[in-house]
Design a protein around this ligand. Structure first.
Ligand code: NAD
Length: 448
């Protein structure tokens, strides 16, 4: 096969500037949908690809399935040309394709790249010369060059290769990690700098030009692997520091010291300290999962990532610690856990969001049930909870009333809508894992 050498970069750059560039975003989840809406605000006509027909239908009817995204935002995007589809042949119409699919761990706690490989294999037959493909999913360093590029090169019938510079024929590939923090409204999405690493300078330049339309600052790094590692460093930093405060919390409880008071005082230091807070364990798609992508990859280099393993050990133990503290608190009330009625407040992995992936609440509920407690939950974001990858609860939301009927109420997620003073007043025993009852004086509260 022979190629004509085309200097395609200026053409896509022109299309980006004029907003004629067609953008496809694959994976209309917590990352992909907000990204699509942000580009739509910039007048790009976005095509959202997803294999979930319910999501595709909902978006095409101008609806939303993410609580913090109102349907009106989807409707405004539709006025700018936003459409959803499950039809991968439409990839051929796109100038730029951003991939935002899940990257979970498998049952052996190893990276499960099947969503990425499935997506990339589905894109490959429709690749066109000059297209830019950007992976956003969090993954181990090397994924873009070692997994994505070969699948794209092998899977496209025209024999296209990745273009390492603007004068080479082929397609462009880059990696740019997502830095979404659901429920955090303190920083506008546009103000979160976007890190980009390209397979060659042309891919870097193109990807940076696309993201510069919606982010106030882009940060170029020398390779996709450097960008992949940047994301993991950020999340490992959080994971390790949360483990540190989780461990110190356990010591402080034994020593009769309030860890939250200590953190509050320590964070008055104007340099060299960043506050992290203890809790009932890690949750979400990122912090409990991503560090293990690196520890898995490190083994290929005969390297053992001890901080990651230790942090994982401490954090994974936290739901057990909460259950032990609940047993001890019930003991003070001369009650065994077995047969006790326990209300768990909050299923989401953090406050004010509708995401329960890897939530410590799920583990806590399972542990309580295994130990014979009669467990109920309340969470305004979940009318019911069924079966997931790691749990099988089959429970329905219990109204937040008649709290005196429970032997213990455990605050696992500190949703802002809860009236904590009322909860303490009406309950017999409150186990608070989030310091949500800070400022409320009552002998009924056990903070852990
Ligand atoms: N959620 C966050 O806060 C967050 C933050 C930073 C980074 N990330 C990373 O972003 C990536 C996506 O996370 P998310 O939270 O948006 O996941 P999600 O599960 O909310 O969304 C992923 C979407 O991809 C779709 N999908 C799966 N396979 C597909 C395929 N082959 N083709 C088309 N669509 C497909 C799913 O149906 C789903 O709608 C992950 O790598 C995650 O680690 C997430």
């Amino acid at each position: 096969m022979t190629f004509t050498s085309l200097d395609v970069t200026p053409e896509i750059k022109r299309k980006i500037e004029t907003r004629e560039a067609r953008l496809g975003i694959i994976g209309m989840g917590y990352v992909g949908l907000p990204l699509a809406l942000l580009f739509s605000e910039e007048r790009f006509a976005i095509t959202g690809f997803d294999i979930d027909p319910h999501k595709v239908d909902t978006l095409n009817q101008g609806g939303s399935y993410i609580v913090r995204i109102p349907g009106t935002e989807v409707q405004s995007a539709r006025e700018n040309g936003f459409r959803a589809t499950a039809d991968y042949s439409r990839i051929a119409e796109m100038d730029i394709v951003l991939i935002c699919v899940p990257t979970p761990l498998n049952e052996y706690h190893e990276p499960d790249l099947s969503f990425i490989t499935g997506t990339v294999s589905a894109i490959a037959p429709h690749l066109r010369q000059g297209q830019l493909i950007v992976l956003e999913s969090t993954t181990y360093p090397g994924t873009t060059e070692e997994v994505v590029v070969p699948l794209l090169e092998q899977g496209n019938p025209s024999g296209l290769r990745v273009a390492r510079d603007a004068s080479s024929p082929g397609f462009y590939v880059a990696f740019s990690p997502e830095r979404e923090d659901p429920g955090n409204d303190t920083v506008a999405r546009r103000d979160i700098p976007k890190v980009v690493g390209g397979c060659g300078p042309a891919a870097l330049e193109l990807a940076s030009a696309v993201y510069a339309t919606i982010f106030n600052r882009t940060v170029s790094v020398s390779s996709p692997a450097a960008a992949e590692m940047t994301k993991l460093l950020e999340n490992i930093y959080r994971c390790v520091n949360i483990a540190l405060v989780n461990e110190l919390k356990q010591l402080c409880i034994r020593m009769g010291i309030d860890i939250f008071e200590v953190i509050g005082a320590a964070k008055t230091k104007p340099f060299g300290f960043q506050a992290f807070y203890p809790g009932p364990g890690l949750g979400g798609h990122c912090i409990p999962v991503d560090p293990f992508y690196l520890s898995w990859k490190a083994k290929q280099y005969d390297f053992h990532t001890r901080f990651i393993e230790l942090a994982g050990e401490v954090n994974l133990d936290m739901p057990y610690f909460v259950v032990d503290q609940t047993i001890a608190a019930l003991n003070e009330h001369e009650k065994p856990l077995k047969g006790s009625r326990v209300l768990v407040l909050g299923l989401a992995y953090k406050k004010d969001i509708d995401d329960l992936r890897e939530s410590p609440s799920l583990t806590i509920i399972e542990l309580l049930r295994e130990r014979g407690a009669i467990v109920f939950y309340n969470d305004p974001y979940f009318a019911r909870v069924g079966r997931g990858r790691h749990y099988n609860l089959n429970m329905e939301n219990t109204p937040l009333e008649n709290l005196g009927q429970y032997d213990a109420v455990i605050i696992v997620t500190d949703h802002s809508d809860y009236d904590y003073a009322r909860i303490v007043t009406e309950s017999r025993l409150v186990v608070d894992t989030r310091n949500a009852t800070n400022g409320i004086q009552s002998s009924k509260i056990v903070r852990c």
